[in-house]
Ligand binder design. Structure first.
Ligand SMILES: C[S@@+](CC[C@H](N)C(=O)[O-])C[C@H]1O[C@@H](n2cnc3c(N)ncnc32)[C@H](O)[C@@H]1O
Length: 216
């Protein structure tokens, strides 16, 4: 593996994480029961889980990044650490049973996975009908900011290279809705502390859209 990906990128992730504690606290406080965190990275969310957590399946495909998450896990109080299971796997093929999760967390990951629609189809499969999808993502600028849209489009190729596949301009809210989820709450705004090109964010809670017309 190249040294940038193995050593430098995980450090950059840790450094950037410091600016997001407010959003992480707010989002992760809602997690309960059997929880999946997609692309858990270096474990930046682990310390925010409450006692409502039963098990956290922290899925991460990148082994050096996962090794850092394991060190973070080991530093937690034992009762909290014991609830966390790290899984090295790809979000496009979740090694989890159908309808088995109360909460799925997408935190700065749908910007990076190669096929967000496919990942969300997997989330749809594994989440319980009454489960919740918690989302914190940076997204494409709205059409009322055409200059920012233009900069995101221009800078995307170089950003993608240095941010290990992360895309600046994904319409993530729409992709989630097209995958069969409806937001019950959503904040669609600019993050005051992020660089401008990654400042458009969404923070919200979505549920599965119930199948209509199915006779019991
Ligand atoms: C920007 S980092 C965010 C990490 C963490 N969620 C956080 O909030 O700090 C994106 C993460 O997505 C992971 N990722 C990339 N491709 C993935 C895939 N196909 N399935 C699951 N996770 C993936 C990366 O390895 C990385 O850890």
């Amino acid at each position: 593996m190249n040294p940038y990906r193995q050593w430098i990128f995980p450090c950059l992730l840790d450094w950037a994480s410091g600016k997001m504690d407010k959003e992480r606290t707010e989002l992760i406080a809602l997690a309960c029961g059997q929880v999946l965190e997609l692309g858990a990275g270096t474990g930046a969310n682990f310390r925010f889980y409450s006692e409502k957590l039963d098990t956290l399946w922290a899925l991460e495909p990148d082994l050096p990044v996962m090794a850092r998450a394991e060190r973070v896990r080991q530093q937690l109080p034992t009762a909290q650490a014991d609830k966390i299971q790290l899984i090295c796997a790809d979000g496009h093929h979740l090694p989890l049973a159908d309808n088995s999760l109360d909460t799925v967390i997408c935190c700065l990951v749908l910007c990076t996975v190669p096929d967000p629609g496919r990942v969300l189809a997997e989330v749809h499969r594994v989440i319980k009908p009454e489960g919740q999808l918690l989302v914190f993502e940076h997204v494409a600028a709205n059409s009322d900011s055409p200059r920012l849209q233009d900069w995101q489009r221009r800078l995307n190729p170089i950003w993608r290279t240095f941010a290990c596949g992360c895309e600046l301009n994904r319409p993530t809210r729409e992709t989630i809705e097209q995958a069969g989820f409806r937001f019950e709450q959503i904040r669609d705004e600019r993050h005051p502390d992020f660089p401008r090109i990654v400042s458009p964010i969404i923070l919200g809670v979505a549920h599965l859209i119930p199948l209509e017309g199915v006779e019991g």
